[in-house]
Structure formats: structure tokens, C-alpha cells
Design a binder for this molecule. Structure first.
Ligand code: FDP
Length: 443
């Protein structure tokens, strides 16, 4: 087995894990699988979901509910072939260095789980079953609605007929479904059973660090509707000079943004929704938050402080290029991994942001006032941006970003405060001439 350390604090070492989803259709399994994959990839852990439905569709693109009747021998054969093809591809992927493979299927019988367990563990890969068990009608109905509008199984079909057929499909699965360890004979398995999206969880035989980390993430997920707002601090005195880092006060226009922020937030959040505000520990974010209504709970996080530029703190990009030309070029070459001398890389920032992401997943509405690099990293998590792209994302000053997580992806809305500010965005190779270094009306 390959030995790996991915440099993110996760000692993947020899552990390769197959997360095997379990549960009836419309229980949010694919949602959980997608979230887990996104979280692990964000942490640079190679993760991939293998959806058995996608394999089955090559053979049976739009089957009716009868196909899933367990007495239908032809259906059974095709479903089994699809599972075998998905598992074979997954094992291949593990051989090429994959660390966490997610098998997204119902795996709803003991026999199927036994087969998955035997086939995968034989290759030295750990197996963890993750079951979503849900009897909450409203949640199931919500999922059915989602499926009939998004699943390729029902593409182009009348929504009502699709919903009815899907319910019949679920009924067919219900006839054979066994919740994991329901009969007490799957005690040896490692598993996490989540009831009604987190109301109750059962954890059995979790073995190592990476497994417990995945489990910890999954038990923190919730699906109550909420949004996350992101804003950089108002323009700072160092932003005006094109100097990075530091702990400067706000410029005149930065102060104007701080005064306008309560209105922007009220319009976007609404009056009656409680909001929690997180800032960094640096002056410019705290000053930006200070006019927000007192009934908003405010918290300062060291983890939200700007990327530490080490010996380059307080310099302009031109000064960095003059004094440390090799470093300047190396950063352009691989901005995500480049670590400032005595400072941090984007990769380092992602690692220290992990508790923030975990807390965000647990929370309701949150407004984060932070910094260019930190906001890029948080944004990349929600919007699934690649590591090559995320350090170059434009995050303009004086702009409020609203992110709303949905079943498959995240909606985004940007509101500009219409208050001028310098641009701190720097393209590859350039030393960023700020177009507007002197603010109108002085500072
Ligand atoms: O990674 P790059 O593109 O240099 O952006 C990060 C930089 O953004 C800045 C502004 O240039 O953030 P901030 O506005 O929070 O001060 C610097 O402090 C920080 O080093």
C-alpha cells in the first residue's frame, strides 16, 4: 500500500478508507457523500465518490419502479453488475493513490454489505459504513421533490408520474431494507448511523484518526436552511499604500464601509433573523464590525487572521520582488503551496481554518469579516474551487458576499457597497499597481 503524507496535518500513512453509504432512496446519501468529498478535497485528501446509479444507468437509463422489485431477476442482475463495476473502478483508483473512496448506493441488505466488506477489505482498505436513517416525512418529501427534478432517471418526465414511481421504488427497497446491525450481527463493522439528519447518532468501532475525522465532520452537518456572509474589512491604511499584512486602522473610505455595513447586512439578512458575527483579531476587521447592531453576537477568532507574510509583512509586492526575487517567482509559480519565509502558505491557512469550517457546518446564519486570503480559502470550500485557482480569486473590498448552501452546490450573491476602494488584487507576474492609491476626501 502507498505511504503518503499530504502535508496537511492528516497523516494518511497507510490508511485508505472506503466510506460505504447505506440507506433507502431519498435519505440524503448523495448529499452526505458530496459534502464529505468536498471537505476532504479541500483538505488535500484525495477523495472520490462512486455513484452506483451512474453505472446502472449505462445499462438501464430510465427504469421504472419494477426494475427495483427484488423478484425481478433481470433488474437484480443489472443492479449487481453496476455495484461490481463501481467497486472495481474504486479499487483501481485506490491503487493509483486514492485515499478516501465513497461508495454511493443504498447497500440496504446485509448480503450486499457483506459482499462490499469482503471485496474491499481483501485489498487492505478500511471500510466504514455510513447510514442515513430517516423517518421524517417532511425531509423525505423534500428529497423526493429534489430527486424527481434533478435525477437523470426522471429527466423529461411528468413530475407527478415521476414522484409516484419514485415512491414505488422506495417501497420496493423497504421490503428488503435492513438498517445496519439491526439484528445485532454486524457488530464487527465500523459504522456511523445518523438518524433523522443528526437527531441521534450511533458510532461503532471507529479506529483511526482519519476515520474519526470523517465521522466528526458528518455528525456536525445539518440541513436547516441558512446562509454564510463573507466580507473583507473596510479598506485599511496599508491597503492604500499597497503594503501587505500588518495591523493597520481603516482608511477614511474603510470607515465609510464600516458605517454602511449594518444597512447592507440588514437588507441581505432581514430584520428578524439572528446573526452571529465572526471577525479576526486584527484591528481592521474589528473596526469594520463595530457599528453592527449590539444584539448580534460577536466573536473574534485568531484563526481568521490574515495569511502571515513572515519577513514580507508590511512590504509592497514591488519591494518583495526587489528583495526576494526568487521567493516572488516561487509564489507566482505555486501560490497555494508557497510559504513566506517565517510565515504561512495558503495550504497552512486552510489547515488552521478547519475548525472554522466545522463550526460553520454546525451553525446557523454567520457573518465573517476577515481578510483577502482567508476569505478566498473559505469561499473555495463552499464553491469547490481548485487549489490552483483559489489563491487568485478576486475578493474586492467593500463587497458583501452571501453564500447559501443547497442540496447540490452553493448559491452566491454579491452586493457592492458602492464605496470606492483600492484594488488589492494582483495578477501573476505583476506587482500590482493600485489604480487609486489616494482616496478622495483624504484619509
Ligand atoms: O495572497 P495575496 O494575493 O498576496 O493576498 C493576500 C494579501 O491580501 C492583503 C491585502 O493586500 O489582505 P488584507 O486586505 O486583509 O490586508 C494582505 O494583507 C495579504 O497579504
Amino acid at each position: 500500500m502507498p505511504r503518503k503524507t499530504n502535508g496537511v496535518g492528516v497523516q494518511a500513512e497507510d490508511a485508505q478508507i472506503c466510506v460505504v453509504m447505506v440507506g433507502l432512496p431519498a435519505r440524503g446519501k448523495s448529499y452526505i457523500a458530496q459534502k464529505a468529498q468536498r471537505y476532504l478535497r479541500w483538505l488535500s485528501i484525495p477523495a472520490r465518490t462512486f455513484n452506483v446509479g451512474n453505472y446502472r444507468r449505462t445499462d438501464a437509463p430510465q427504469p421504472t419502479a419494477d426494475f427495483f422489485d427484488m423478484n425481478n431477476a433481470e433488474g437484480e442482475r443489472k443492479r449487481r453488475a453496476a455495484a461490481e463495476a463501481a467497486v472495481a473502478d474504486m479499487l483501481q483508483w485506490f491503487k493509483s493513490g486514492g485515499v478516501v473512496g465513497i461508495l454511493d448506493a443504498t447497500n440496504s441488505t446485509k448480503e450486499r454489505r457483506q459482499w462490499v466488506m469482503d471485496t474491499i477489505s481483501k485489498e487492505g482498505i478500511e471500510v466504514i459504513f455510513v447510514e442515513s436513517k430517516c423517518d421524517d416525512e417532511a425531509l423525505i418529501m423534500g428529497n423526493i421533490r429534489d430527486v424527481k427534478t434533478t435525477s437523470p432517471d426522471y429527466k423529461g418526465q411528468d413530475p407527478e408520474t415521476a414522484a409516484l414511481d419514485f415512491r414505488n421504488r422506495i417501497r420496493n427497497y423497504e421490503k428488503i431494507y435492513k438498517s445496519i446491525n439491526e439484528d445485532g450481527d454486524e457488530n464487527d463493522y465500523t459504522y456511523l448511523k445518523v438518524m433523522d439528519v443528526g437527531k441521534q447518532v450511533i458510532i461503532n468501532r471507529i479506529q483511526d484518526y482519519l476515520q474519526s475525522r470523517i465521522v466528526y465532520y458528518l455528525i456536525n452537518l445539518h440541513i436547516r436552511p441558512r446562509s454564510v456572509w463573507l466580507s473583507r474589512h473596510g479598506e485599511s491604511m496599508l491597503n492604500l499604500e499597497g503594503r501587505i499584512g500588518g495591523d493597520a486602522a481603516l482608511s477614511y473610505r474603510g470607515e465609510e464601509y464600516a458605517r454602511k455595513l449594518p444597512d447592507l447586512v440588514r437588507q441581505s439578512v432581514g430584520d428578524d433573523r439572528p446573526l452571529t458575527v465572526w471577525t479576526s483579531t486584527l484591528k481592521r476587521t474589528i473596526a469594520t464590525a463595530r457599528h453592527l447592531p449590539k444584539h448580534y453576537n460577536q466573536l473574534q477568532w485568531k484563526a481568521l487572521d490574515e495569511l502571515d507574510a513572515g519577513v514580507c509583512d508590511g512590504l509592497t509586492y514591488q519591494e518583495i520582488k526587489d528583495r526576494y526575487p526568487d521567493d516572488f517567482a516561487a509564489r507566482d509559480d505555486d501560490k497555494y503551496n508557497y510559504r513566506y519565509r517565517g510565515g504561512e502558505s495558503y495550504r497552512d491557512v486552510v489547515i488552521r481554518l478547519e475548525p472554522i469550517i466545522m463550526e460553520l457546518e454546525r451553525s446557523e446564519d454567520i457573518l465573517i469579516i476577515s481578510h483577502q486570503a482567508v476569505i478566498r480559502c473559505i469561499y473555495a470550500y463552499f464553491m469547490q474551487k481548485d487549489q490552483e485557482d483559489s489563491p487568485w480569486l478576486p475578493v474586492p473590498l467593500h463587497t458583501l458576499i452571501k453564500l447559501t448552501p443547497r442540496a447540490y452546490g452553493t448559491d452566491e450573491e454579491k452586493t457592492s457597497a458602492n464605496i470606492k476602494a483600492v484594488s488589492t488584487w494582483r495578477g501573476k507576474g505583476s506587482t500590482a499597481k493600485h489604480e487609486d492609491p489616494v482616496p478622495e476626501g483624504g484619509i
